[in-house]
Design a protein around this ligand. Structure first.
Ligand code: IMP
Ligand code: MG
Length: 171
């Protein structure tokens, strides 16, 4: 297992992202973050704590990868948000954008709820793997085509609890 980003590097980058995100919205307007379970939960937890009090949050769960490092290309909604998104500044918070299929699906269903604005924040991006052209407004780190684990990201549901992001060599 090779460490790509250690815990300190991740925190520093998230602090920068939080500053960037906050600067993009009027200071008196609420921002509603929608975290994508399960992979996005650690990033979400650190990102909201780096942001100001005008943040609210919710979670949505989708399933795309089935016990392997290859996507089936199929996205399924497992848990919807509990709150209305109409008229709100919504930011999707996701661990990684790979083919882009998951985010395209999420952006489509959330856009249909008529948010005032809809943006996307991803901790990681693998642009060389993109199958669909999806807009990601905030990206933490751009990486090569390698399977990564830790900091929320799993391989067969394991390694989500690692404090760093590492490359899974055997994949
Ligand atoms: P996409 O739909 O192909 O963009 O895949 C997005 C989802 O696949 C992410 O939310 C992750 O759950 C998963 N995924 C993609 N690449 C990796 C990886 O390198 N490690 C762990 N999960 C990944
Ligand atoms: Mg995910």
């Amino acid at each position: 297992m090779t460490v790509l980003f250690d815990a300190d590097e991740i925190q520093r980058r998230i602090a920068e992202l939080a500053v960037q995100i906050e600067a993009d919205y009027p200071p008196d307007e609420e921002v509603h973050l929608v975290g994508v379970l399960k992979g996005g939960f650690v990033f979400m937890a650190d990102l909201v704590r780096a942001m100001s009090a005008r943040v609210t949050l919710d979670f949505i769960a989708v399933s795309s990868y089935q016990q392997s490092t290859k996507s089936s290309g199929e996205v399924r909604l497992v848990k919807d948000v509990d709150t209305r998104l109409e008229g709100r500044h919504v930011i999707i918070v996701e661990d990684i954008v790979d083919t882009g299929l998951t985010l395209t699906y999420l952006q489509d269903i959330l856009r249909a709820r008529a948010p005032r604005t809809l943006r996307t924040a991803c901790l990681l991006s693998k642009p060389s793997r993109r199958l669909v052209n999806v807009k990601v407004d905030y990206i933490g780190f751009t990486i090569e085509d390698q399977f990564v684990i830790g900091y929320g990201l799993d391989f067969a549901e394991k390694y989500r609890n690692l404090p760093h992001i590492a490359v899974l060599d055997e994949a």
